[in-house]
Design a protein around this ligand. Sequence first.
Ligand code: AOF
Ligand code: ZN
Length: 347
Amino acid sequence: MRSEQQAGAEQRAMRRALDLAQSPGVPLGPNPRVGCVLLDDEGQVVAEGHHRGAGTPHAEAAALTEAGAAAAGTTAVVTLEPCNHTGRTGPCTEALIAAGVCRVVFAQPDPNPVAAGGERRLRDAGIEVDLGLLEREARAVNRAWTFALEHRRPFVTWKLATTLDGRSAAADGTSRWITSRASRVDTHRLRSRCDVVLVGTGTIEVDDPRLTVRDEYDEALAHQPLRAVMGLRDVAAGATVLDGAAETVLLRTRDPREALAELHARDRRHVFLEGGPTLAAAFLAAGLVDEVVAYVAPTFLGAGRSAVGDLGITTIGDALHLRVEDVTVLGSGEQTDVRLTLTPAHR
Ligand code: AOF
Ligand code: ZN
């Protein structure tokens, strides 16, 4: 049994490692966010490290470098199972062993089959290993990355903006602005956390959107997700999406599964689906929506375009159920909306 004092120090170190993993300025990309803290036998911090994006040292390697010779005899507290492979950098297991680390505590087992096997390798080298500390929190930090590895496709967030009666455009086709400014700013914040914004060729034709991260974001600093357009219709050469403000890819398919496979092959892990009703219905019907973010404005239109197309549902028993994860009121005064965050009920 480890002493209560040691357990407390490791728990605090794991919280710190989770914060380090989420350090600002780390670019989104194909790699996970990882943090690592080295503790001496009195529970004092010897060194810290975090991963700074694909191709840079892993969190463990960064902490070991900072510690130098002081790494010997420490406990490494890390948010992800140390990797056991030579990829863009060398295996962290060997680096930990060589540095004389005597105990490793990690939160989340590595879902990446290429890099897995760290726990076994460390134990074989005589290192004490403990796992699962704050695992839920660690998985949340790399939610889309973990999902993509486990499901071999990107995580899909579908965003919609509707009136109380589920309309995303008025009868005459006008749709600017259904929701308030606060909701639009919030949308840009969520966009900046994804690595693809996906729409259909229909949306490009009707709305000619920019699909970039803007508003209160410093455009020079904001991460611009890839803009992806799917469908078989041609995109006009003058379409705003081709303006060069962010990278754009045309996926010449109508099949959601195929589109996701292509985005996955391009190392994309989190798709922000902003398509119209037809695209949304196709993804929903295929079970390819993993999260819904709905901005609901306190208005009625009574007629107009529905936010989601035909799902083939004709009777109430077949309704597509979602679980409400969060409800937040955005804006103030006359300018408020409700943001609902939901997940499919069967998960
Ligand atoms: C990271 N940062 O701090 C840790 C990772 O792309 P590579 O070759 O550097 O390897 C990436 C894999 O290494 C990644 O998928 C994960 O399984 C493992 N651990 N990766 O980018 C880190 N600890
Ligand atoms: Zn590693």
